[in-house]
Design a protein around this ligand. Structure first.
Ligand code: R5P
Length: 281
């Protein structure tokens, strides 16, 4: 089995190769002056290939399609999309809208697809190939344990992230809860204050994705005066624009994420999780 690392997941693909003992195939990427992507696999791959490529920006998806196409001689192609952008466009909210996650999924021609904490598991059904969703929240929980917080409580900013909060809380052996969020725009949300016993506690706000940081910043403003400390964790650190500054400015003590998107906050590598899964194939 060979690992083919895409442009947006170079470090993670290398870690997965090391972890699984599979060969890491060298690939190269360029952008033409008009913005078109160029992708080439520089070694002849095995008949069984695993392509690792997160879709953070639109060109990442083109690169993924190019890598799949370049592997046309393989007998089996597994595509790992650690972070799948557009997953929040998972349904038709208004007439005439595209279900973009479905459009992307349908364009992927592979034998098997592996995702990580996909925003909505319904997306798995959009792929033509069997698709599996891996859960990295246990690994995030294990890392949070290392922070040795005196009185931790895990809080999800909305009901959608309650499963993530529960998983992390179970590992930490602590309590968890969730807030109610209403989205006003791409950057602004309101969160209904909730009576929680958080005095002198170490709050861990956890979500699947942190994008602009608006959701978490709003949650922080509710707890800031009473909590002992506030920590933030997520699986996918999209962290667009000034999100990192926004969170620290709002008062967080730390941000923890995985490397589904490779950022400075990526303290937890999902490489063992993916390596374990591809070895079962
Ligand atoms: C949405 O439902 C997601 O779970 C996240 O809460 C959301 O993507 C966070 O976005 P932002 O950081 O821009 O508020």
């Amino acid at each position: 089995m060979d690992i083919i690392g895409g442009s947006s997941s170079q470090l993670l693909a290398s870690r997965i190769a090391n972890e699984s003992g599979a060969r890491l195939i060298l690939t190269e990427f360029k952008e033409f002056p008009d913005g078109e992507q160029y992708t080439r696999i520089l070694e002849k791959p095995d008949t069984d290939v695993v392509i690792i490529q997160s879709v953070v920006k639109d060109p990442d998806f083109i690169t993924l399609l190019q890598l799949i196409d370049a592997c046309e001689d393989a007998d089996k192609i597994t595509v790992v999309i650690p972070y799948m952008g557009y997953a929040r466009q998972d349904k038709r909210f208004k007439d005439g809208e595209a279900i973009t996650s479905r459009a992307l999924a349908r364009a992927i021609n592979a034998d098997q697809v592996i995702l990580v904490n996909i925003h909505n598991e319904e997306i798995l059904k959009y792929f033509n190939a069997p698709a599996k969703n891996l859960d990295a929240t246990g690994m995030v929980g294990e890392y949070l344990k290392e922070l040795k917080l005196a009185k931790p409580i895990v809080i999800a900013p909305d009901g959608g992230a309650i499963g993530i909060a529960r998983n992390a809380a179970e590992i930490l052996g602590t309590e968890y809860d969730h807030l109610e969020k209403k989205r006003l725009s791409g950057e602004r949300v309101t969160i209904t204050p909730k009576k929680l016993d958080i005095e002198e506690k170490d709050i861990i706000l956890i979500d699947d994705i942190i994008s602009t940081g608006g959701t978490i910043a709003e949650a922080i403003s509710i707890f800031k005066s009473e909590a002992s400390s506030i920590h933030v964790a997520c699986v996918h650190p999209a962290l667009t624009g000034n999100a990192v500054l926004r969170l620290f400015h709002a008062g967080v003590a730390s941000i923890t994420s995985t490397d589904t998107i490779e950022k400075g906050t990526s303290k937890v590598s999902i490489a063992p999780l993916v390596a374990d899964e591809i070895q079962k194939i």
